[in-house]
Design a protein around this ligand. Structure first.
Ligand code: SF4
Length: 279
């Protein structure tokens, strides 16, 4: 099998069961309603985040345009007042010019009120989207952001790549966030912790300041789980990456790493799995 870059979502699969990851590499697709529902929900969420970023960009442009128009109005009105002030009653040319500038200023005021209306509508929409997704005031970036600030994160050192659902921007630090569509567990699943750990490793490599933690969100209705990015998690992620790279290089084989029939029953690759456990 040729050596290939490992993705953070592959690490999630490996964390669930190494064999599931390996079956996927061999072309055995995940099956089941929950897989399709998960893909749809995830796409919905991605679209919503994209809408938010598009709306925020529109709002920024409208705000800049509004400020320019306000500047123009102030200039026109100031000029009009100055001309009217210095012109005497007989100087019709200056008085007419002053009145024309004043009328132009009033005309631009109507344009400004239109931009202000658009800005208010946009702000209302942004506030609602941020409330819906419990994003607060945090500055976010997504891999599909218009600015392309966060393309796929890559690490040649670890043969790893990945795109978190979004990143929270805190000066030079980027906190990766992964959104899961299933029910919220009491504590995050091991496979999800491994995936967010992979994103933290990528963020640490790519940005100037290493992330203090990553976040796992089970739907947008729930508060995020904070996963501390410490040396323990980093070592675990590197250990699993080493195993995966060994398997890709043919130095190790992938096998089931548990004895839980229930886990196999819930596995989306159970049909094509030679090591499946049955009740
Ligand atoms: S069916 Fe069981 S052994 Fe097979 S890939 Fe799934 S979890 Fe692993």
């Amino acid at each position: 099998m040729p050596k290939q870059i490992i993705s953070a979502s592959e690490m999630e699969r490996y964390g669930y069961c190494p064999l599931s990851w390996h079956l996927d590499l061999k072309g055995i697709d995940a099956e089941g309603d929950e897989v399709n529902t998960g893909v749809e929900k995830h796409k919905e969420m991605g679209d919503s985040l994209k809408n938010l970023l598009v709306e925020e960009e529109k709002s920024r442009i409208t705000s800049t345009t509004l400020m320019t128009v306000v500047g123009l109005i102030m200039t026109l009105v100031t000029l009009a007042i100055a001309i009217l002030w210095i012109s005497d009653d007989n100087d019709l040319l200056k008085r007419n010019l002053g009145v024309i500038l004043l009328i132009l200023g009033i005309g631009w005021m109507l344009v400004a009120s239109l931009f202000l209306y658009r800005l208010l509508l946009s702000t209302e929409k942004i506030d609602k989207l941020r409330d819906d997704y419990k994003l607060g005031e945090s500055d976010i970036e997504t891999p599909d952001a218009l600015t392309k600030e966060t393309p796929v994160l890559k690490s040649d050192n670890y043969n790893l790549a990945g795109r978190p659902d979004y990143l929270i921007k805190k000066e030079d630090m980027r906190i990766p966030v992964e959104v899961k569509t299933g029910r919220k567990p009491k504590a995050p699943f091991f496979s999800h912790v491994l995936q967010i750990g992979a994103y933290c490793l990528l963020s640490e490599e790519k940005f100037e300041t290493k992330p203090s933690h990553g976040q796992i969100r089970y739907g947008f209705d729930n508060e995020p789980h904070k996963v501390v990015w410490d040396s323990k998690l980093k070592n675990l992620v590197i250990e699993k990456l080493d195993e995966m790279n060994d398997i890709l290089n043919g130095d190790m084989e992938a096998h089931r790493n548990h004895k839980r029939a229930g886990k196999c029953n819930n596995c989306s690759r159970r049909k094509g799995c030679p090591e499946r456990l049955r009740n």
